[in-house]
Design a protein around this ligand. Structure first.
Ligand code: ATP
Ligand code: MG
Length: 332
């Protein structure tokens, strides 16, 4: 899949948050997104992984228009969103929906589920009430819930069912692209498996493409065609799920994978790498942002921020990608 047939493409996206001091003085800025570029093809599931605070949700919210970008471009089917009138941008963006990290938070606790599901249709369409109710029932059933759940309140259903309702709410507007932000966080393993199956089924039924944000690399491997690895506001490696998981090229990806248990074969020592916290996003060092935690660091890494380049089948931002491999130790 190439950038040419993408339904969504993002170029050099920046989001900076000012840090305000006393009396409104500006003390600095957080570079939550620092030059992110990616594309998504029709029907594709693109995984987005990285440690807490690296900018995954900010990217999702910026694509959705909830967060305003500082600069950069977002194209949907080749149409630049930034250049559109607010009305046209809204219409374009309806094709793209964001499923919040906390689904409970997106449902009004005082509203019955049916009302929460009907609301997007009231706001965005001219459908008569009977049609809206028909659609609520249809979508509830398609996410695997009984139609009668329309009459329940959010607190009367389980966490797994709340996820399904959150998804149903998004599907009401017939999106093409859904951004799933930590969609299985906080769910039991058995419920997780059912929700993941549902995502797969819905993708087929509704012809969806997903951006799948998760901390959980094993879930991402199971679900995604490609994986983008983020570190402090930047994508440091992107490639097919198999290549990223089997032959990671960036030392950060290698260290994330080292934390995953492996059933067979050599394994990276547990106490190796990824010690410490990532540096403060407000005070990035010059050069490579991973230098402080990288065991392969060289003088050039402290001086120059590495450009993205093709290494094997992946795009990697590391001066030494391709020539660094994690040390291994046979499992005892
Ligand atoms: N509205 C905001 N104002 C100021 N800073 C923000 C805002 N939203 C996010 N940030 C900062 O931007 C950075 C990226 O945050 P973001 O929520 O995108 O991370 P994340 O990768 O989704 O983390 P997590 O895995 O914990 O959900 C963090 O340093 C965060 O503190
Ligand atoms: Mg987040």
């Amino acid at each position: 899949m190439s950038a040419a047939d993408s339904i969504l493409s993002v170029h050099d996206l920046m989001v900076r948050f000012p840090i305000a001091g006393p009396f409104g003085r500006r003390l600095g800025e957080i570079r939550a997104l620092d030059g992110v570029s990616l594309h998504l093809s029709q029907g594709e599931i693109l995984g987005l992984v990285g440690e807490s605070g690296c900018g995954k949700s900010t990217l999702g919210k910026t694509l959705m228009g909830i967060q305003k970008p500082t600069s950069g471009s977002i194209l949907l089917d080749g149409n630049e969103i930034a250049g559109q009138s607010p009305r046209a941008a809204r219409a374009l963006r309806r094709r793209l929906q964001y499923a919040y990290q906390d689904p409970g938070a997106s449902l009004d606790p005082r509203w019955k589920i049916g009302k929460s599901l009907e609301e997007p249709l009231v706001i965005h369409t001219d459908l008569p009430r009977a049609e809206r109710l028909r659609k609520v029932t249809e979508i509830l059933v398609s996410v695997g819930l009984p139609a009668g759940h329309a009459n329940l309140f959010p607190h009367e259903i389980s966490g797994g069912q709340q996820r399904r309702v959150g998804l149903a709410r998004i599907l009401m507007l017939n999106p093409d692209i859904v951004i799933l932000d930590e969609p299985t966080a906080g769910l039991d393993v058995s419920v997780q498996a059912a929700v993941l199956r549902l995502f797969r089924d819905l993708r087929e039924t509704f012809d969806l493409s997903y951006i799948f944000i998760s901390h959980d690399l094993s879930v991402v491997r199971l679900m995604c065609h490609r994986i983008a690895v983020m570190y402090l506001g930047r994508i440091v490696e992107i490639g097919s799920a198999d290549d990223i998981m089997d032959a990671p090229k960036h030392p950060y990806t290698q260290s994330l994978l080292a934390a995953l248990p492996k059933v067979n074969g050599p394994r990276v020592t547990e106490n190796f790498w990824l010690e410490g916290e990532p540096p403060d996003a407000a005070r990035l060092p010059p050069g490579c942002r991973f230098q402080g935690r990288c065991p392969h660091v060289q003088p050039i890494c402290r001086a120059e921020d590495p450009a993205e380049r093709k290494v094997g089948s992946q795009i990697v931002a590391c001066h030494f990608a391709g020539s660094v491999t994690p040390p291994t130790k046979d499992r005892t």
